[in-house]
Design a protein around this ligand. Structure first.
Ligand code: S3P
Length: 182
């Protein structure tokens, strides 16, 4: 199927926000960068923005101020979002509190990268920088991801586009493009 890429002018004139949702390890950052490049849009990552505003790593925010504080920062960021163009990788838990999934759906196009837990487990193998998995043994990592995925998936599934993310990042990006244009 031909995918038409007459995109830059169209997108720049009407404003385009694409929010990638999904679990940690689902590929939001990698796919988001590819998608942004393909669409000629800037790429953002909510964790990076929060970390740069707070002046510390996300894991340090969790350690020093606790998860609830981090969730408040996510809420502030999304409720006050002003940029009109971009591909945005959202933190895995971001859509799942304070009605933020609904806010994302109202502000732009949401794309859920749907990935089976056993693949997530492989991808988060190096757990550095993932505070929710810090200190867990491999079996507990799997359990934690299963539990999070089960509770979050119904919300993620309200994204405008759902993509099987158990493929290479390039394939995932191309499938998103197809969904956006057809
Ligand atoms: C989290 C996922 C992380 C980060 C924080 C909490 C979560 O983002 O926001 O560690 O609750 O699943 P990624 O999904 O980009 O790893």
């Amino acid at each position: 199927m031909a995918v038409h890429y007459g995109r830059h002018l169209t997108f720049k004139s009407c404003g385009v926000l694409i929010f990638l949702t999904g679990m940690m390890g689902s590929g939001k950052t990698t796919v988001g960068n590819l998608l942004a490049e393909e669409l000629g849009l800037p790429f953002f990552d909510t964790d990076d923005i929060i970390s740069s505003i707070a002046g510390m790593e996300v894991s340090t925010i969790f350690e020093k101020h606790g998860e609830n504080h981090f969730r408040d920062l996510e809420t502030l960021l999304i409720k006050n979002w002003k940029l009109t163009h971009g591909v945005i990788a959202t933190g895995g838990g971001l859509p799942c509190h304070d009605g933020l999934m609904e806010t994302l759906n109202a502000r732009g196009k949401t794309v859920y990268l749907d990935c089976p837990v056993h693949v997530l487990v492989e991808r988060v193998d190096g757990r550095a920088g993932r505070p929710l998995l810090a200190g867990l043994q491999p079996d507990d990592v799997r359990l934690k991801l299963e539990q999070l995925s089960e509770t979050r998936r119904p919300l993620y599934l309200t994204s405008g586009i759902v993509i099987n993310a158990n493929q290479s990042p390039m394939e995932v990006m191309k499938n998103i493009m197809r969904e956006l244009y057809t």
